[in-house]
Design a protein around this ligand. Structure first.
Ligand code: G6P
Length: 611
């Protein structure tokens, strides 16, 4: 969702803002803009440039001599109002002296707009955000902080904002309610951004704002105030990400890099968490005592998108291996259906970014009902990570491509660890625990083996990427993998794809089968294999082409399929790790063949901080 950056300090402000926006582009990329102060802007109080399209378009539109000594920038993912230059941020008020960038949705903007119009304020955009600079102008009496504090009392909805005023050089005021903001602390310079990625090149010291907090920033100083305008002392956190981890390196795009990084990212998720002596997992962040853990009667998982798919695999695993009833649901559904929170239930919120609004608000709702909620997050210090009652960081490292890959397999790793822990507290023997641990330890190498099929998968992608529709079919724990495979293909290649349970296929989706519609089958070698093979025959009989991802040596599946992608033989419970990788690569190569923008597919944003 929209990216925000603010900078005040001695560096070239325009360059810092543009560089920050480039790093934030994965949050939204339909238009962008900056506002800087302190220079000569031909009679205008602030230097403002906005452009439809990506950051490269903004860069190209930038007058060479536009500079300033402080400023703010924004990359947009449109919610209210089309993708136009007028709707791009920053929005201005107070005769062009006030500039605001906003992430979130102002729900009462209609009422505010008509109130402000009656007072003579003229609106130039169709956005909800434009009410903010006019409101600030309405309250401005010479102090930006006071005006922002007064203006936000009127706002209903969600916001992360950064505000500057031409008459207050070097000052940036930020406020947060529902959309993330982080202060970057430098020596003689300060940053404000929607996430740390924007400033990791300049500082590793950050302060995360909470909802209701306001920050008043100058180059060598910042103050954070709470809702009651009392100063709050907050911890300065150290970011451990290195700049290299958000660069593409030798790869052509971030998604390719992130797919190929999975042996290492999964190993990181497991690192230090395998207790070989006791044949269990060590998860220090759960914040739950052994007695509480052993009394858990059911597990509920809430998440969105790819993280939801990880939750679906995790729930099946928990039921199968630890014999705990478990369910995974879309967070956007849970929040509004007044969920029952049983006393013995443990909830998980899974979120790569830790900022997804649907997941965050659903989590708050069930916490309000007394539930204990653990987070499975990647971004350290993110809102879900901070507001959950404990959790498991997945340590994938920064994931920049919009389509999630390495975070997914690390989320799976977190569920496998938690399952082992729970199973060992119940019926799983030490021997079984050791076997499970050995399989888990072997996952990075197994994924590494699958990645060697790169050329084969590229050839298959070339053969099928002209198809308009795809089916992805799997059973049991491979059903969520079919959903995830279909999602990956849709997201980045724009080919329509449906993920179905292979068993359910005959109850409807089979009507789609034709020589033009390829079916991608996931074939395990467990008790469900024979059923899946029958489903493949049903497709074959109707002339549908078949791509099968199956176990090495499965001659029958290979013969039935038009194209076969083998994965190493393993304990079938671990195939979700190895079988998702060919589907990630298939989507990637189809998108490349079709000339799509792999890292920034149309209409999507990496982290959706509105409902
Ligand atoms: C967005 C992204 C998806 C992602 C989902 C959940 O829709 O485009 O790729 O899976 O959000 O994100 P989260 O950060 O909560 O895992």
């Amino acid at each position: 969702m929209c990216g925000i950056i603010g900078y005040t300090g001695p560096r070239k402000t325009t360059s810092v803002l543009l560089e920050g926006l480039r790093r934030l582009e994965y949050r939204g990329y339909d238009s962008a803009g900056i506002a800087v102060g302190g220079g000569d802007y031909g009679g205008r109080p602030l230097g403002i440039v906005k452009q439809v399209g990506k950051i490269a378009a903004l860069k190209a539109a930038m007058p060479a001599d536009l500079e300033g000594s402080w400023g703010i920038g924004h990359t947009r993912w449109a919610t209210h109002g089309g993708v136009t230059q007028a709707n791009a941020h920053p929005h201005t008020g107070g005769a062009g002296k006030i500039a605001v960038v906003h992430n979130g949705i102002i729900e009462n903007h209609h009422a505010l707009k008509s109130m402000l119009e009656k007072k003579g304020y003229a609106f130039v955009s169709e956005t909800d955000s434009e009410v903010i600079p006019h409101l600030i102008a309405e309250y401005y009496k010479g102090d930006l902080l006071e005006a922002v504090v007064a203006a936000i009392q009127n706002l209903e909805g969600t916001y992360g904002i950064a505000v500057v005023h031409a008459d207050e050089p070097g000052r940036i005021v930020g406020a947060r309610n529902g959309s993330p903001l982080v202060v970057g602390v430098g020596a003689g310079e300060m940053f404000l951004a929607s996430d740390v990625t924007a400033m990791v090149a300049y500082t590793d010291k950050v302060v995360y704002l909470n909802d209701g907090e306001i920050v008043d920033i100058r180059r060598d100083h910042y103050d954070i105030l709470d809702r009651e305008e009392r100063k709050v002392d907050k911890r300065v956190d150290q970011i451990t990400w290195e700049l290299g981890s958000i660069e593409k390196g030798e790869f052509t795009c971030h998604m390719e890099k992130e797919i190929f990084e999975q042996p290492e990212s999964i190993a990181r998720a497991l690192s230090g968490r395998l207790d070989l002596e006791n044949a269990t997992a060590k998860l220090g962040g759960l914040n739950l005592e052994r007695r509480r853990l052993s009394s858990i009667g059911r597990v509920k998982v809430i998440a969105a998108g790819t993280s939801w798919h990880a939750g679906l695999v995790g729930s099946q695993l928990l039921e199968q291996v630890a014999r705990i009833p478990a369910q995974s649901e879309m967070a956007s559904e849970v929040r509004y259906r007044n969920p029952v929170v049983e006393k013995d239930s443990l909830w998980f919120t899974v979120s790569q970014s830790g900022e997804t609004a649907d997941s965050l608000y659903a989590m708050r709702e069930i916490q309000r009902k007394g539930a204990t909620v653990l987070g499975i997050c990647n971004v350290v210090g993110s809102t879900i990570a901070r507001e959950s009652d404990g959790g498991i960081y997945v340590h994938s490292g920064p994931e920049i491509a919009v389509a999630s890959t390495k975070a997914f397999t690390s989320q799976l790793a977190a569920f496998y660890l938690f399952t082992l822990l729970m199973a060992r507290m119940r019926d799983m023997s030490r021997e079984e625990g050791l076997k499970f641990l050995a399989e888990l330890q072997a996952v990075p190498a197994m994924v590494g083996e699958v990645l060697k099929r790169r050329d084969l998968i590229q050839t298959i992608a070339k053969k099928y990427c002209g198809a308009k529709d795809f089916l992805f079919l799997g059973r049991g724990m491979l059903y969520p993998i079919a959903l995830e495979g279909a999602l990956k293909l849709k997201e980045i290649s724009y080919i329509h794809a449906e993920g179905c349970s292979a068993g359910e296929m005959k109850h409807g989706p089979i009507a789609l089968v034709s020589p033009e519609v390829p079916s991608v089958f996931l074939v395990s070698d467990d008790y469900l294999r024979a059923k899946t093979i029958s489903n493949m025959r049903e497709i074959k009989a109707r002339g549908g082409p078949i791509i099968a991802v199956g176990v090495e040596g499965d001659a029958e599946a290979a013969a039935l399929a038009d194209d076969f992608i083998p994965v190493p033989k393993a304990d079938p419970r671990f195939y979700p790790f190895s079988m998702i990788v060919p589907l990630q690569l298939l989507a990637y190569f189809c998108a490349v063949e079709l000339g799509r923008d792999v890292d920034q597919p149309r209409n999507l944003a990496k982290s959706v901080t509105v409902e």
